[in-house]
Design a protein around this ligand. Structure first.
Ligand code: OGA
Ligand code: NI
Length: 366
């Protein structure tokens, strides 16, 4: 079956045959299969305290009386946590519910229909269960669908499922709305960092250069959640991420070495800083390290929309944020190389952004 034998691209093979976790979970397992069992040092805490994350009302940006204080809240959240709950984000709830519905219908399709979209190592668009072609470590307890919403304006037939019938149109509309929201957030970021918006755009590849990726995560019930991770610890490689999640929960974030649980906020989006924005802000903002703790009884789904720079952007600290008192903390990096490294090696905490740090004592921290 396509994808079941570790499909190859340019001779690259998956480290082992790909198994769909949804299928595995449905096979009445008593115990977690060995390859999903994490070493004790890499397991999630069972009772992570709830993170006291800011809940930011984004409608405040449009009102002159609350604009500045909302920008300040966004900046503070990006610095302190690198993540916040966004309410009144302007994306219609009816659209969010339709995205959730078509995604459930997609994962409920027979496996043969999903396998048509099975992704290739090193090219993660499509139906996947593994990240990192050369990553032979412990597997994550999840499956996903991933496709690019920008810059391409047409449906890429290799990764945009043709069924359910409303899928493409619904997800494309959601992508448009999230993109507008991302641009609004970037305007706030520019204002907070005191950098021209045109410099922000230029840094990430120009007005039309931004990429937008969309990933549906599907976390089946896990027989021994304490031994596994739904998604292993990582920071997102791009600029900003907007995450929609259902009511099940499981997302954890790390701050000053401690893992916290994020919880769920009805109808909110979780917005987080990603690596290229940490670099651009010269470390003023924190690309938050995060992971997902699996659930024993329930399927969890989440929808991540990733704003990223153009592939040929070389992202460095903004010139306006560098002076004698604030030397550059990161070397520039070509995004094409950055992202292909992630797709090759898989999730690995904050190792990618730290490998570009010019502060070598920070880069050796784990
Ligand atoms: C991701 C991610 C978190 C979640 O897709 O990059 O971190 O809660 N997802 O599913
Ligand atoms: Ni992530």
């Amino acid at each position: 079956m396509a994808g079941g034998d570790g499909g190859s691209r340019e001779g690259v093979q998956w480290p082992e045959p790909i198994q769909r976790v949804q299928k595995l979970a449905a096979s009445s397992l008593d115990a977690l299969p060995e390859k999903y069992v994490r070493p004790a040092s890499h397991r999630a805490p069972l009772n992570a305290p709830l993170a006291n994350l800011p809940v930011i009302d984004l409608s405040g940006l449009a009102d002159p009386r609350t604009h500045s204080s909302t920008v300040q809240q966004i900046g503070d959240a990006c610095t302190e946590w690198g993540i916040f709950h966004a309410i009144n984000h302007g994306i219609p709830l009816s659209l969010i519910h339709r995205v959730q519905q078509v995604s459930k219908e997609l994962f409920d399709l027979p496996y043969e229909e999903k396998e048509v979209y099975a992704n290739k190592p090193g090219l993660p668009v499509g139906y996947g269960s593994h990240l990192g072609a050369s990553n032979s470590g412990t597997m994550d307890w999840s499956d996903y669908f991933f496709h690019q919403l920008r810059p391409s304006t047409s449906y890429d037939a290799d990764s945009w499922p043709a069924k359910p019938a409303a899928y493409r149109e619904t997800v494309a509309e959601y992508g448009k709305q999230v993109y507008s929201l991302m641009r609004m957030l970037l305007l706030a970021v520019a204002e907070n960092l005191r950098v021209d918006f045109s410099s922000v755009e230029e840094a990430f590849g120009g007005k039309d250069g931004f990429r937008l990726g969309f990933r549906i995560n599907y976390y089946p019930p896990c027989p021994q959640p304490a031994l596994a991770l739904g998604v292993s610890s990582h920071s997102d490689p791009g600029v900003l991420t907007a995450l929609l999640q259902d009511e099940v929960g499981g997302l954890q974030v790390r701050k000053d070495g401690t893992w916290y649980s994020v919880g769920t906020t009805q109808d909110a989006l979780v917005v987080n800083v990603a690596d290229q924005l940490e670099i651009f802000s010269n470390g003023r903002y924190n690309s938050v390290e995060h992971q997902v703790f699996p659930n024993t009884n329930r399927v969890r789904m989440s929808w991540a929309t990733f704003l990223g720079p153009a592939l040929d952007s070389v992202v460095s600290p903004a010139q306006q944020l560098v002076d004698q008192q604030h030397p550059p903390l990161y070397e520039g990096s070509l995004y094409r190389e950055y992202i292909s490294n992630v797709f090759k090696k898989g999730n690995n905490g904050k190792s990618y952004v730290r490998s570009h740090s010019l502060n070598k004592s920070a880069s050796t921290m784990c």
